[in-house]
Design a protein around this ligand. Structure first.
Ligand code: ADP
Ligand code: MG
Length: 656
């Protein structure tokens, strides 16, 4: 019976590392076959030096053993377990729990303290925060760095950095330490220190594989193998004397469980460190998010304040006002029948309980009239357009809370032939008539009409402030454009509107169209402030720009942090936690920008409302909403950089 080849080579249960027929080809990426048929066995307690020329494949081999790279073919056993085809997740965990790395470049994070650097592998392993200082303190003292614990990574010397890299690698208690040219950048004195440390660590039980050019390092090892052109020479397994007695170390319990809460709190503290160390850049990004969100808050608040203003007026009107008009099949363009109808309506309404007064308002067709400041025969009549012209009567003037300067005229009765005009504040401005001046007149379709007052405020019907009000008899009116505005005592509009139609037109109640409160409410919903639309539009653009600049800045930061990212990956960080780091950074900046933006936007609302004489509408929930929008936009802008960071190949990044 034939046995499959792979099963004939069962792993030696005592070995810590075993390689069978390992090949690694870079042919797909245009490179060479870096490893050809590598077989290697390493036992616990061993100290193996791999020596070889540059380009012979040493780093490739170490990266495969360190689970930073995967072989093209062959099998790799760690502690008797086949990890050749382990999932990304379990490779991360194995790296974190089982392996320590030291590279030629120390990959110390310059902006973090020495102690924080040394704790990195513990953080990734999920060791409790309060246990870390003791472990870190022990190893910093061990490597002679105790007095440098609070210095920044960028402040210490090259030799100290490499000893810090050793402290970081062994703090997590690895069974196997992998070192790639650990003395490559050091002078003789510092090299010797590192070599002594490696010997001590090995004597204390750590298995070490070291790649080196340095004959003194090679001589310190218990065993040497050469690498030539992708193959090992003298790679026969050999058990170091000490290890024959040694029982295998079991993985310590603290590696057992992932603790998401602790992991998250470490990520948050890393993200905050990232934000605070590049302070200027972070402030700019936060301001960018702040401006965008401030604008959104301000536009929401302004449109709500404006809407509240109008709906207050409307609900006030709903208490004591009914409006109705008469619908007629054909438009009759004569004034007389309209005025007669109005008088008839007024006299029947005056008998109804609760009615204070019924005024009429007839919107005159703009096209049929020319309005100008001076006589049409003069050299500069300057006709104006886009101004509505309405005919109103005395009752309308006295029952609609109008403020007229100098005083409300008493010559608008339907039965007096006096011709007079009242100009809305904005219409007067258009005509070039000063609010305080007297003795003015305007020309309406060839007739000179004296101006008897300026309408300065019309709270119930704000549109009148930009209209021209004419007394009855100046022009023709029609039923279709005439509204009767009935002012009642509070509470009467509803019962009144039920009986109105049959009281006015008993013969044809259907011809009376009554505007109920509901109709007015729809009107309110249609009201939007132009200002808020403008601010809203600009702030959406600002927010998009903030996202774009945040994305670019973070992309640059990912690029400049390749070695830090690679190191985290080498120490066992998952792709997800690398991505989360950048997402959190973006999210934090966005959220801070959101909170500040909410404050700035609310202040803007208060200022604008004071200027407009409105009462400002603010809502407490804008604060969490603004923070969430900031958080979301910050995270979205960090998506691409985070993905790029997570996808970074750890082996490649360390090589660069
Ligand atoms: P050493 O560490 O012994 O100097 P390496 O293991 O770094 O050698 O590289 C062995 C060979 O594989 C070299 O020819 C190198 O150019 C090649 N190589 C290593 N990594 C890659 C890669 N990612 N893509 C292409 N070629 C690579
Ligand atoms: Mg190398």
């Amino acid at each position: 019976m034939s046995v499959p080849e792979e099963e004939t080579e069962s792993a030696d249960p005592r070995a810590i590392v075993e390689l069978f027929h390992i090949q690694r080809s870079f042919e797909q990426s245009g490179g060479p076959i870096a490893l050809k048929e590598v077989n290697l066995t390493v036992y616990p307690g061993d100290f193996l030096a791999i020596i070889g020329a540059s380009g012979s494949g040493k780093s490739t081999l170490l990266n495969i053993i360190g689970l930073l790279d995967t072989p093209t073919s062959g099998h790799l056993y760690l502690n008797g377990i086949d990890v050749s085809s382990a999932t990304e997740k379990s490779r991360n965990r194995l790296r974190s729990a089982f392996l320590g790395f030291v590279f030629q470049a120390s990959h110390v994070i310059g902006r973090d303290s020495v102690a924080r650097n040394a704790a990195l592998s513990l953080r990734i392993q999920g060791v409790a925060r309060k246990e870390r200082p003791e472990i870190v303190g022990y190893w910093l003292d061990y490597f002679g760095l105790g007095h440098r614990a609070s210095s920044l990574g960028k402040q210490i010397s090259g030799g100290e950095k490499q000893r810090l890299a050793l402290a970081r690698a062994v703090a997590s208690g690895p069974l196997l330490l992998l070192a790639d040219e650990p003395t490559g950048n050091l002078d003789a004195t510092n090299s010797e220190l590192v070599i002594d440390h490696l010997k001590q660590l090995n004597a204390a039980g750590t298995t070490i594989i070291v790649i080196t050019h340095d004959p003194t390092v090679a001589a310190a090892a218990k065993r040497q193998v050469g690498m030539i052109d992708g193959s090992l020479h003298d790679g026969n397994p050999h058990i170091a004397e000490a290890e024959q007695l040694r029982t295998r170390r079991e993985g310590s319990n603290r590696f057992g469980k992932r603790r998401p809460v602790r992991e998250l709190s470490d990520l948050i503290s890393d993200a905050l460190t990232g934000i605070s160390t590049s302070f200027g850049r972070s402030i700019l990004l936060i301001v960018a998010f702040m401006l965008g969100i401030a604008g959104l808050v301000a536009s929401t608040g302004i449109s709500q304040s404006a809407a509240t203003q109008i709906s207050e007026k409307i609900s006030q009107s709903a208490l004591d006002e009914v409006r109705f008009s008469k619908t007629v099949p054909a438009d009759s363009p004569d004034l007389e029948p309209v005025l007669q109808w109005v008088e008839g309506v007024q006299s029947s309404l005056s008998r109804i309980d609760g009615v204070v007064g019924a005024g009429f308002k007839s919107v005159l067709p703009e096209k049929a009239m020319t309005i100008s400041r001076f006589s049409p025969l003069s050299l500069s009549p300057l006709p104006i357009s886009n101004t509505s012209v309405v005919m109103v009567d005395q009752t309308f003037l006295s029952t609609n809370d109008l403020s007229i300067s100098p005083t409300t005229p008493s010559i608008f009765a339907t039965d007096t032939p006096t011709k007079a005009a009242i100009l809305g504040r904005q219409a007067a401005e258009k005509l070039g008539i000063e609010p305080k001046s007297t003795g003015n007149s305007i020309w309406v379709s060839g007739q000179e009409i004296p101006v008897v007052g300026i309408l300065t405020d019309s709270p119930r019907d704000p549109a009148l402030e930009s209209a021209i009000l004419l007394s009855p008899g100046v022009a023709k009116a029609s039923y279709a454009n005439t509204t009767i505005v009935v002012r009642t005592q509070p509470g009467y509009p509803a019962p009144l509107s039920n009986v109105l139609a049959s009281a006015i037109e008993p013969g044809n109640p259907a011809s009376i169209k009554i505007n109920t409160v509901g109709d007015l409410r729809t009107l309110a919903r249609g009201v939007r402030s132009d200002l808020s639309i403008l601010i809203g539009g600009v702030s959406v653009i600002l927010l998009l720009l903030a996202m774009l600049s945040a994305a670019t800045t973070m992309y640059v930061s990912v690029r400049s942090r390749t070695s830090e990212i690679a190191l985290r990956r080498a120490l066992g960080s998952s792709q997800a936690s690398i991505a989360s780091l950048f997402l959190l950074e973006g999210g934090f900046m966005g959220a801070i920008g959101g909170l500040l933006g909410c404050a700035a936007g609310s202040s803007a609302i208060v200022i604008i409302c004071i200027a407009q004489g409105w009462s400002a509408v603010l809502a407490w929930w804008w604060l969490p909403a603004a923070a969430s929008i900031g958080l979301a936009t910050g995270i979205i802008s960090a998506l691409v950089p985070a993905l790029i960071a997570a996808k970074q190949n750890p082996a490649q990044a360390i090589r660069d």
